[in-house]
Design a protein around this ligand. Structure first.
Ligand code: OGA
Ligand code: NI
Length: 364
């Protein structure tokens, strides 16, 4: 995607959060302090506790034996997860522990490098690949308490080889190995999602063409005043599916908006967090929703996430699938559009809840 013209964007001074806490561990600059209404509260009451236990966990080993009772039970759980939560965790996903550990290792090493080294791969204003803060478009826009490193992975044309780091030594190799596995997982999940909707297994694969895959590593340093800042502003993902890996022993950081409450997602060992992106919401005419989420920080602990966005090829035209639209009972809620245009719209606006989907909504 062509980036925005750089000259037209003034983003002001963007402090590197890791450097900030090295020099002034207890200071939170004004530009990171969010308005009261933005910070919201996480209910620490029984209600939240109760909700925790309902964040669905899908056991992929049960889906490896097609058309058994276990299979259909798990598909049913999946459909409820997509409809009611837009989020679920997968266990027994079959990706080798080493692949998961290896990507985490090089990502950690990357963020631990001196700033001068990381700055060799800068995210220029208006672009979304490289090291820095994405989605910043003005000098007064608030900043997230996070350092990001993002790369286009597939198809090869979206790669910017200058941004693939030479250090840590095995970074590119590990990212390639990891991305291949995550790609297989996404294809598999989309098959199950198709089945859960009563569609033929290959429905999404056939429609998506050569799917676009990008990765973003988010590093959230500890913050002396976690209540004043956000790790990542509320947003929905523009993808079809997102796969989020949280570092081992990660503290809670990801929260999803459910019934007007920010519900924390509790990390499970060896699980991956999956969420429905805007594209699946449109394709299913809103049956499966892309749910708003954000990240918060912790006073003592750092947190690292490795996030893969999987989406149709930029050439693909997107509109609600005819099987899921009925003029009488379930009229079409979204217009048809080109996915590349949507991606461009998504990355050229700041993260603001589910606002990006206004692009496609048919307003009555
Ligand atoms: C994202 C995202 C949450 C997290 O990168 O889109 O929602 O916990 N990340 O890092
Ligand atoms: Ni997200």
């Amino acid at each position: 995607m062509a980036p925005l013209p750089i000259s037209s964007i003034r983003v002001g001074k963007i402090d590197d959060v890791q450097e900030l806490i090295k020099s002034k561990p207890n200071k939170v600059p004004e530009r990171f302090i969010r308005e009261e209404y933005e910070r919201g509260v996480v209910l620490s009451s029984l209600k939240t506790h109760h909700l925790h236990h309902q964040i669905p966990v899908i056991d992929l080993s049960k889906l490896s034996k097609p058309y058994t009772d276990d299979f259909f039970f798990e598909i049913l759980k999946l459909s409820q997860a997509c409809e009611d939560w837009g989020f679920f965790q997968v266990i027994n996903h079959g990706i080798e522990v080493e692949v998961v550990e290896d990507i985490e290792k090089v990502a950690t090493e990357f963020f631990d490098m001196p700033l001068e080294e990381k700055k060799k791969y800068p995210m220029e204003p208006g672009t979304v690949q490289g090291y820095g803060q994405a989605f910043i478009f003005s000098e007064d826009q608030k900043l997230d308490w996070c350092n990001m490193f993002a790369l286009g992975v597939h198809p090869p044309q979206i790669r910017n080889p200058k941004l693939w780091p030479s250090k840590p030594a095995r970074f590119s190799e590990n990212l390639d190995d990891y991305s291949k596995e995550i790609r297989k997982l996404c294809k598999r999940l989309l098959k199950y999602i198709a089945i859960s909707l009563g569609l033929k297994e290959e429905r999404f694969e056939e429609m998506f063409g050569e799917a676009v895959q990008a990765v973003r590593m988010n590093y959230y340093p500890p913050c002396s005043s976690p209540d004043l800042v956000l790790g990542l502003s509320p947003h929905s993902d523009g993808s079809a599916l997102t796969v989020l890996q949280q570092s081992k022993n990660s503290c809670v950081g990801l929260q999803i908006l459910k019934e007007n409450t920010w519900v924390p997602v509790l990390p499970l060992p060896n699980a991956l967090v999956i969420n429905i992106g805007d594209t699946i919401e449109v394709l299913t005419n809103g049956k499966y929703k892309s749910v708003e989420h954000r990240a918060v920080t912790n006073r003592e602990k750092e947190r690292l996430t490795i996030v893969t966005f999987y989406a149709p090829n930029y050439e693909v035209e997107i509109e609600p699938m005819s099987e899921l639209v009925d003029d009488e009972t379930n009229p079409c809620k979204y217009r048809s559009y080109n996915h590349g245009e949507y991606s461009y719209h998504y990355v050229s606006n700041k993260l603001q809840g589910k606002k990006s989907l206004d692009f496609a909504k048919i307003l009555n």
